[in-house]
Each structure stands twice: as C-alpha cells, then as structure tokens.
Design a binder for this molecule. Structure first.
Ligand code: IPM
Ligand code: MG
Length: 352
C-alpha cells in the first residue's frame, strides 16, 4: 500500500516523540512492503515563530491532501503571552475543524506491567482496565461564540442535532465492537445542550438493542472513574467533558505518556497524536516517553488504512518491550531498566 502522511512534529517534546514513531512506522512498513511518503509541515509555536501564524494555510492544505496526519504536541510557555487568536492551541483546533475530525477516540488501557504506576488500590483496579473515551471534537464550547471586554467574558456551549447524532452513532458502533456497554456523560440536570444530547442517545439506542446504555452526570462520572473504573467500557461525551475525563482516565492507567488518540471524520483521513502535551521542560533531552505516539501510529494503521495486522504488530512490540522491563523515566519503578526516548524507539523497532 502507498501512504502519504503529514508530519506535524510541533513543539517541546513533539519532535522527540514523532521521530521515534516514524522509525517504528518505517520498520513495520518495511516488513509488510508498504511505501510511505512523508510531508513535514509546521503548526503551533514553531509556525508562530516562522510565519506568525499557528496554522498556516499551507499546513492545512497539505494535511487535507494526505491520507493521514501524525501530530506530536503543540504549545509551551514561550507563547503564553501571544494574542489569544495566535496561541499554538489554535493550530490544534484549526486542524480538527479544518479536517472535520469530529470523533476523538481515547483508549485508556492499563498495561499489567505498569500496575504499580496506577494510583488506585489493587482491589479497585482488579486485573486491568480498558476504557474507550469517545470525545466529540469539533463542536461545543471549544468552538462557540466567545467574547471579552474589560468587565466580562463569555463562551458559548451549543450543539446541533446532527453534530450529536454523528458522534453518538460512532460511539454505538465502537461499543458494539467492544464490551457492548455505552455510558453517555452529560450535565443534563443543568444544560439544555445536555438534555438534547441525552434525548438523542435514548432515541438512537433503540437501533442498538444489544448495547446496554446508561447516562451519568459529568461530576458523578469523574467520581466513578476513580471509585469503580471497571464499570466503564465505552464512554461518549462532549468536547470539554471528554477533554477532562480522558486526562483523568489516563492517570488511572499509570501515565499520560502511554495513551494514544485518533481523531476521525466521516472518511478515512485521521489525525493521530498522543493525548499528552508538549512538556517543554523535558524537550530535547532524550527522556520523553514516545510510546503514546507510537501507539497512535498503530491506531492510524488500524483506522485510516485498515491494516490490522500491522497495527497489532506495533502494539505487541510495545507490550513485549514493557515485559522485558524497559521503562522511560515517567513509568520507571525500582527493579526496571530506565531508557531514554531513542532507546525506547529502538527497542520497539527491534521487537517488531
Ligand atoms: C487535548 C488538549 C487540547 C484540548 C488543548 C491543547 C487545546 O488538552 O488534546 O486534550 O483541550 O483539546
Ligand atoms: Mg486535554
């Protein structure tokens, strides 16, 4: 297969981790005879520095022409004082909406090898955790009308019916391939948009009679995630609630450095990135954990290219390397072997 992939390395540790992910992707594509053409483009702080624009048109256009996008991370304190429409984060939001990637999949899987890194008690975590957070990504309060003057500021949370329907449909489809249990998270005791959300979930549930559906208010969901995370299989929620709950879920698995994500639309084009940020304090020191980005590449092979065997090959390699006791410093514990970013990438390539 021929693949054309846009690389947005971004800021901070972005280049460190994307470089390792590319090595791993090259390795697996070598094995299976796939050809890759990379197009490297700038976004975020790096693009502000060069073009005074966090998301240059050329970047978005190149991403649109590619089959998928691999993104490292954007942002950092260097750009904290730029005007709000110039912030590096605008690049992320612009890519998500510009590519129409409304469905964000954030799997929170606990690796048995990292059980010690989980802050919850053994009896709560049992023999593991496998939760899929399905986050709406191109609507809600992130994209609503906003404004500010000297004495006040506002943001708007609104959802159209079709926006809710398409993400809820994806969530039902995903739940049906997993544990057949879907939890919809909202704040329907307060928010109109959540009441509409809940009605739509209930309406659609009649078409998916084999899936058990329940609803939780977001405050309760946040509590349940640490009280009894094993009750969850697939969670579907709005842009902002999904942002918050996916960070929480990541911590339960041990480290945010392990969790990949896929942002999908209605076609096969997707954007794949770790859920963590750009960690500027550890950039360029060969200590960042590249595994979240490497696992994002596995998601890319699965969701954009339907290359399931190749995807599993990467996931298995990550598993094996953890099994052999290798750890980057964020997941290091006594008795394991500490390695840097590059060494972790090399080990995973070797395991492939
Ligand atoms: C994420 C990040 C972004 C978000 C930020 C950097 C804009 O936290 O991808 O979860 O809020 O969506
Ligand atoms: Mg976030």
């Amino acid at each position: 297969m021929d693949m054309k992939i846009a690389l947005v390395k971004g800021d901070g540790i972005g280049p460190d981790i994307v470089d390792e992910a590319v090595k791993v992707l090259n390795k697996v594509c070598d094995k299976y005879n796939h050809k890759i053409e990379y197009k490297e483009v700038l976004a975020g702080g790096a693009a502000i520095d060069k073009f005074n624009n966090p998301l240059p048109d050329e970047t978005l256009e190149t991403c649109k022409e590619c089959d998928s996008v691999i993104l490292g991370a954007v942002g950092g304190p260097k750009w904290d004082n730029v005007a709000s429409e110039l912030r590096p984060e605008k690049a992320l939001l612009g890519l998500r909406s510009g590519l129409n990637l409304f469905c964000n999949l954030r799997p929170a899987i606990m690796y048995p090898q990292l059980k010690d890194a989980c802050p919850l008690k053994d009896e709560i975590i049992g023999d593991g955790l496998d939760i899929m957070v399905v986050r709406e990504l191109t609507g809600g309060i992130y994209f609503g009308k906003r404004g500010r003057d000297e004495n006040s500021a506002y943001d708007t949370l609104s959802y159209r019916k079709d926006e809710i329907e398409r993400i809820v449909k994806k969530a039902f489809e995903i739940a049906s391939l997993r544990g057949k249990k879907l939890t919809s998270v909202d704040k329907a005791n307060i928010l109109n948009s959540s009441q509409l959300w809940r009605d739509i979930v209930n309406d659609m549930s009649s078409s998916y009679s084999d899936i058990e559906v329940n609803h939780l208010y977001v405050d309760n969901a946040a509590m349940q995630l640490v009280r009894n995370p094993r009750q969850f299989d697939t969670i579907v929620t709005t842009n902002m609630f999904g942002d918050i709950l996916s960070d929480e879920a990541s911590q339960i698995t041990g480290s945010i450095g392990m969790l990949p994500s896929a942002s999908l639309g209605s076609g096969t084009l997707g954007m794949y990135e770790p859920i963590h940020g750009s960690a500027p304090d550890i950039a360029n020191q060969d200590i960042a954990n590249p595994i979240a980005t490497i696992l994002s590449v596995a998601m890319m092979l699965r969701y954009s290219f339907n290359l399931l065997e190749e995807a599993e090959r990467i996931e298995k390699a990550v598993y094996d390397v953890l099994d052999q006791g290798y750890r980057t410093s964020d997941i290091y514990s006594e008795g394991t072997k500490k390695v840097g970013t590059k060494e972790m990438g090399r080990l995973i390539c070797d395991a492939i």
